[in-house]
Design a binder for this molecule. Structure first.
Ligand code: KG4
Ligand code: ZN
Length: 339
């Protein structure tokens, strides 16, 4: 079995991991910048890049140490090359290229969104590694992206729906900011909603009809975000718990309905989920129940592999290592990279 050192710096987490080619995670070190960015209510790209520079070497060293491995034992160095913040991506890429050149280890360029999907198929406990079942359908919901993708077989993904405005995580973050709940909004609203009445306010789900046949199962969360904000301005005495829970119900219902409709239409039985929002307890429970009702198989990443980390990037690199799909040393960051 071979080992991959994986590096992730696309947004506000400086992360490195060592992953074995069967999906076993040997180490997964994350240096989060949330404490710094939360003072600003969002990620400040300049600060994020600088903090990646400060943390990257330490994080890589710790990942190797924790895995009890030497860099020379690595068969590949994997790194996120997009999508993400340009300055942030560049730090990880530069670190990966330097190690690849110095130790003569192949470089693997990983699409961050494929990393999120790979979060379903890795684990630090060997008995919990889930083998991908194809064809599969995956709801990918993060801070920057919301999409439904289909894969007929390994590494053959195509998108059948994406958001035309705010991503699901972005809507959570913006609503949380306007309700003055803190950053990042997803986990805060998730927790607060447990104490609220999700049926208190009925927010309208976006009726989405995209003329683009490639976006039949698209999303739009910007109208909902505005509706929540307008509602709260008009009803400042409303309990934030109820507003949060009602907002969350609308998001979760939309995501679940679209995913199930897409699975039915495309006759796909294996349903997965990925990205930061897939850590949402209500979404996990509701999608699982809906899959059960429809006779679909459902699986989602362990909580620690939902939000950004290095192990998911290592997971997505396994297939590329097997195919010897290596990147050259002139690899460049692609902030707008698509799945
Ligand atoms: O995947 P991720 O770590 O970064 C991107 O690639 O964007 O996702 C971060 C997003 C943030 O918007 C955050 O608010 C959201 O995921 N998030 C959640 C939860 N945990 C993180 N959203 C809803 N419920 C959660 N428990
Ligand atoms: Zn991410």
């Amino acid at each position: 079995m071979k080992y991959i050192l994986a590096i992730e710096t696309s947004c506000d987490e400086t992360a490195a991991a060592v992953v074995r080619t069967d999906g076993l995670v040997l180490s997964n070190i994350i240096s989060s910048q949330i404490d710094t960015h939360k003072d600003y209510g969002g990620v400040i790209p300049e600060i994020a890049s600088r903090m990646h520079v400060e943390a990257i070497n330490i994080v890589i060293e710790q990942a190797l140490q924790k895995a009890n491995k030497e860099i020379k034992e690595m068969s590949a160095i994997a790194v996120t090359y997009g999508p993400g913040l340009l300055g942030c991506l560049m730090i990880g890429i530069q670190a990966a290229k330097t190690l690849s050149y110095l130790y003569d280890i192949p470089l693997i360029a990983v699409n961050h969104m494929k990393g999120h999907i790979a979060g379903n198929f890795i684990h630090e406990d060997e008995s919990k590694i889930h083998q991908a079942q194809y064809p599969l359908l995956c709801l990918v919901v993060s801070g920057g992206h919301s999409q439904i993708v289909i894969a007929e077989k390994e590494n053959h993904y195509h998108t059948i729906g994406r958001t035309i405005d705010d991503a699901a995580g972005e809507a959570y973050d913006k609503v949380a900011r306007l309700l003055e709940l803190g950053y990042p909004g997803g986990p805060i609203i998730d927790k607060l909603s447990e104490k609220g009445d999700e049926n208190k306010i009925e927010f309208t789900k976006a009726v989405f009809k995209d003329k683009d046949p490639e976006n039949e199962f698209g999303f739009s969360f910007s109208g909902l975000k505005t509706a929540v904000i307008n509602y709260y301005r008009k009803h400042p005495d409303e309990k934030k718990e109820d507003v949060a829970a009602s907002f969350q119900k609308t998001v979760v219902d939309t995501l679940v309905e679209k995913t199930i409709a897409a699975a039915k239409k495309h006759k796909i039985n294996n349903i997965y989920m990925a990205g930061g929002v897939s850590a949402n307890k209500s979404l996990r429970k509701n999608l699982e129940n809906a899959c059960k009702e429809n006779g679909f198989n459902f699986s989602c990443p362990d909580f620690k592999y939902c939000t950004d980390n290095g192990a998911i990037i290592g997971g997505a690199a396994i297939d590329k290592l097997k195919r010897k799909d290596f990147a050259k040393l002139d690899l460049k960051a692609e902030p707008g990279l698509k799945l």
